[in-house]
Design a protein around this ligand. Structure first.
Ligand SMILES: [Zn+2]
Length: 248
């Protein structure tokens, strides 16, 4: 195993320091084939074989592990130029994330993934619309991604705007997509955009409704989920703690 890690490190396939910290247990516990693939995939863009060998549940677990690395300041040291080169002729992302426009929620960073590993669609309030649905259908049905993740976050300005009934150009129509979450949010206390916990409660329901919307409006994605080919799941990202909590 030592020899293997040395070869991988010497070849540049993995970063030795990262390998030793992230998978230090290999000295006494041999790595499983999956761990080996993951170790390799951490430093390189996912290959088709690596992506296809993972189940949807395993992809979700890798996203969770990536978020843990992000929070623990143990992010993988990546050679982005090498990833750029290796992915230029093809991409095999394992997941598609529908996230918010918010500058503080960059999915690649908070999940510690590299170039070519995930599709990311971002729109204020992580709302589901036809173009996002088409993008997610491409990601899963054409490209082979295994997970659809709707990622909401705390202190979301779009959610606050929906609560406040903001009217502003094209934003008005976007906020209308969030508003169904407001009456469906069960909350005891001040229901205002100034109440952070209320805003977060609405954002959470907005994620749950987004998942239902995806299934309702995309027979393609719903069918893939029913066959077990993909997982459709949601999560909330906490701006303060960096924690991604899966909600469904
Ligand atoms: Zn937001």
């Amino acid at each position: 195993m030592k020899e293997l890690s040395r070869k991988l490190a010497d070849s540049g396939i993995i970063d030795r320091r990262n390998f030793l910290t992230g998978f230090g247990a290999c000295a006494i516990t041999p790595l499983s084939p999956l761990d080996m693939q993951v170790a390799v995939s951490l430093a390189n863009s996912l290959t088709k074989e690596q992506r296809d060998s993972m189940s949807p549940s395993q992809v979700v677990e890798e996203l969770k592990k990536g978020n843990e690395r992000f929070r623990a300041r143990k992010m993988v040291s990546r050679d982005y130029l090498a990833q750029k080169r290796s992915s230029a002729t093809g991409q095999y992302p394992a997941a598609v994330v529908l996230g918010c426009l918010d500058s503080r929620v960059p999915a690649e960073i908070i999940f510690d993934v590299g170039i070519g590993d995930t599709f990311i669609g971002r729109v204020a309030g992580n709302v589901v619309n036809d173009d996002m649905l088409g993008s997610m259908e491409f990601a899963c049905a054409v490209s082979g991604a295994k997970v659809v993740l709707v990622l909401g976050h705390t202190a979301c300005g779009a959610v606050k705007g929906a609560i406040d009934d903001v009217v502003l150009g094209n934003l008005t129509g976007l906020l209308a997509r969030i508003k169904p979450a407001i009456p469906l949010t069960k909350y005891d206390g001040e229901k205002s955009s100034k109440n952070a916990s209320y805003v977060d409660a609405v954002a959470r329901i907005n994620v749950v409704l987004g998942l239902a919307e995806i299934r309702r409006r995309s027979p393609i994605l719903e069918g893939l989920e029913e066959r077990g080919s993909i997982h459709i799941t949601g999560a909330m990202y906490d701006l303060a703690t960096g924690v991604v909590e899966f909600v469904k």
